[in-house]
Every structure is written in structure tokens, then in C-alpha cells.
Write a protein that binds this ligand. Structure first.
Ligand SMILES: NC(=O)c1ccc[n+]([C@@H]2O[C@H](COP(=O)([O-])OP(=O)(O)OC[C@H]3O[C@@H](n4cnc5c(N)ncnc54)[C@H](OP(=O)(O)O)[C@@H]3O)[C@@H](O)[C@H]2O)c1
Length: 334
């Protein structure tokens, strides 16, 4: 049967979604963005991917986070997004912040990886074709390249903006000192860095400890947290074993050995805290990140509309008492 045409929900901006200014910029980002790293590839069901994208946009999620190599196979998450762009999202393009990245392994040979000018430009051209777009809103250097001069990578980002292929640029997973260099270089070339994308959640606090979260704020740069649910660990997904089809059952980026009895014990105690707050564990984990303004947006992943609905619920309660924060830290780190 032919799918009915998509009309976005008229009330998409009347619900729970909140928008936060991204650093010192004109852009407001939804506090929850949707990431397409997993579950949007050509191994997944197009209908489910499309339903999640529609549900997200219908609920005020205006930011969609992609990268050249998301799939599997590489490029196929962008192709899925491109299909949905063509079939339903096109009339709403100006309501969306669409991002992509380059920096990881993408195609064979010396020009399909890391952060040379050659790779960044070629990759972005490919991404635009796959996604049926004329431009992306944010183009990221996906990781720091210790071999390529930073000036080459950063000037490529500047030129990508000057050519209108991206409106803004960001960096992802760059270390502290290189990030400072990037912020200063980009600002001096009239292309201020919009956003830093880093791994950050209740369990993994490295970006906080390294000073990177605060550094972004001090430089007028937004911060967006990826894997905010620690790939599903900070939800009820693994409280009763490893369900078939879950990320840990696939075992590539999250391996079953990570789900130890000790970890499950901690998750059960966290779940009790969440219940007292009237939240699910997923909701509490996202609220914890969004409780203050250091984190502009969290980029959630999902394998179903139900998970996404659960995650959106976090916005109803973003405040924590001092005792709750202490209890969470004690459970995780004492
Ligand atoms: N810049 C970078 O280097 C980088 C790296 C990684 C990710 N990212 C970005 O960040 C995005 C999110 O990363 P992530 O997918 O690791 O995020 P995540 O939100 O930590 O994990 C998502 C996974 O958690 C499970 N889940 C989500 N909501 C749930 C709920 N309410 N209840 C139970 N389980 C739930 C699902 O696992 P199942 O699939 O098992 O159902 C889902 O696939 C990516 O899509 C990508 O855009 C960027």
C-alpha cells in the first residue's frame, strides 16, 4: 500500500519541547535532538526509521544528527534520511537543523578518513547528495586528526561555510587544547564555532573532568552530548538480561561483557531514585544532563517510537535536589 502523505503535527511547537540558545549564536536548538547512528541504516526497516523521524519532528525535535558513515552500511543512514527528506520533510526543511560529519573511516585509500581538506570536501559533497540537500546546517569535524595541520582542517571548515555548503561548523571529540585553538582560529576567520559535540552522560563524565564542557561555554560555543543514555545502559533495557535485538546483543559498539551484575545492581538503585522522582531511568538520565544550561542539547538514539516517547518525557522534570545528585554520585562512584 502507498504511504499516506505526511503532514507535520500542527501542535509540534506547543508541547513539552524546550529550545536553548546554542552558545553565542542566533540558533536555538531543541533540548533533545535525534541521532541516526544506529537503527536508520539499510539493514533496518525503512518504515520504522521513517516513523521515528516523523514522531520526532511532530514533537518539536528540529535537530537531526548524522554522519557520513552512519548505517550500516556506511552512508545508508544519510540515504534513509534523504528518502524521508524527499517524501515528507522537504516542505519543512527551513524548520530543521540537519547536521553531518566527516572524520572517521569512510572509503578506501588515503583520502577517505581523518581530516584533510580533500576528505572533508569530498565527504560533504557525498553527504549532500545522499540526503537530497543543498546545504547542511552544521558540518562537524568528527574527530581530531593528529597528523593533519589543524589550520588545514579548520580552513576547510571556514571555506565550506563561505561556499554555502554548511551554515555553521562544529567539532566533535577534539581534546582541550586543540579545541581552544579551533575556537580562536574559527572566530578569527569570521566562522565562529557553533557547537562542540562530546560523549557525556551520568556514567561517562570525562568531558566534564577535562574541562571541555565549561570551555565551550566560556568560548560562547554550545555543547551537545552524544550517547546520553550510555548506548541504552542508562535505561531499563538491561535490567533483566540482554534482550534480543538490543545494541548489546548485536555486540559491535556495546558488548555484552559490559553488562555486569555489578552494573545492573547500580542501575537498579538508580531506577529506584528515578521512580521516586516519578521518572523512568531513561528520563532521569536525560534530565540529569539537561538540568543546567551547560548542555544545550542531548542527542538521543532510539530503536522505536516508544523509546523516543519515553526520552521526551524527561523534559517534565529537569530539577534535582542536592540530595538526589549526591545519591546518584554515590551509587555510581562510591
Ligand atoms: N560525535 C561522535 O563521535 C558520536 C559518537 C556516537 C554517537 N553520536 C551521536 O549521538 C547519537 C546518539 O548516540 P547513541 O545512540 O549511543 O545514544 P543513546 O541515547 O545513549 O543510546 C541509544 C540507545 O539506547 C536505547 N534506548 C534509547 N531510549 C531508550 C528508552 N527510552 N528505553 C530503553 N532503551 C532506550 C536504544 O537501544 P537499542 O537499540 O538496544 O534499543 C537506543 O538505540 C548518535 O545517533 C549520533 O548521532 C556521535
Amino acid at each position: 500500500m502507498i504511504n499516506p502523505p505526511y503532514y507535520a503535527d500542527d501542535h509540534r511547537y506547543d508541547g513539552e519541547m524546550k529550545y536553548e540558545r546554542c552558545g553565542r549564536s542566533g540558533i536555538l536548538l531543541p533540548r533533545i535532538s535525534l541521532g541516526l547512528w544506529h537503527n536508520f541504516g539499510d539493514v533496518n526497516t525503512l518504515a520504522n526509521s521513517r516513523d521515528m523521524l516523523h514522531f520526532a519532528f511532530d514533537n518539536g525535535i528540529t535537530c537531526f544528527d548524522l554522519a557520513n558513515n552512519y548505517g550500516p552500511s556506511y552512508g545508508s543512514a544519510e540515504e534513509t534520511f534523504g528518502l524521508v527528506m524527499k517524501s515528507s520533510f522537504k516542505p519543512y526543511r527551513d524548520e530543521m537543523i540537519i547536521t553531518t560529519k566527516a572524520g572517521h573511516d569512510m572509503w578506501p585509500g588515503p583520502y577517505g578518513n581523518w581530516c584533510s581538506r580533500k576528505y572533508l570536501f569530498a565527504s560533504l559533497h557525498q553527504s549532500l547528495r545522499r540526503m537530497n540537500l543543498d546545504y547542511v546546517d552544521i558540518f562537524y569535524s568528527h574527530r581530531f586528526d593528529p597528523e593533519t595541520p589543524m589550520e588545514e582542517t579548520l580552513q576547510a571548515l571556514v571555506d565550506i561555510v563561505r561556499q554555502g555548503k554548511a551554515l555553521y561548523v562544529g567539532i566533535s571529540q577534539w581534546p582541550y587544547e586543540a579545541s581552544q585553538f579551533a575556537y580562536e582560529y574559527l572566530a578569527a576567520h569570521d566562522t565562529p564555532c557553533l557547537i562542540y559535540q562530546g560523549r557525556y552522560n551520568m556514567i561517562d563524565r570525562a568531558k566534564e573532568h577535562e574541562g571541555i564542557v565549561r570551555q565551550a561555554a566560556e568560548n560562547g560555543v554550545g555543547f551537545t552530548a552524544f550517547s546520553p543514555l550510555e548506548q541504552g545502559i542508562l535505561t531499563n533495557r538491561y535490567l533483566n538480561g540482554i534482550p534480543a535485538g538490543s545494541r548489546a546483543s548485536i555486540g559491535k559498539f556495546l558488548t555484552p561483557d559490559k553488562i555486569t551484575p555489578e552494573l545492573v545492581g547500580k542501575l537498579q538503585r538508580l531506577q529506584a531514585v528515578a521512580e521516586r522522582r516519578g521518572q523512568t531511568l531513561a528520563e532521569m538520565s536525560l534530565s540529569w544532563l539537561l538540568k543546567d544550561k551547560f548542555v544545550t542539547s542531548v542527542i538521543v538514539g532510539a530503536s522505536s517510537v516508544g523509546q523516543l516517547r519515553d526520552s521526551l518525557g524527561c523534559l517534565k522534570n529537569l530539577s534535582f535536589s542536592h540530595d538526589e545528585l549526591k545519591e546518584i554520585d554515590n551509587i555510581l562512584f562510591a
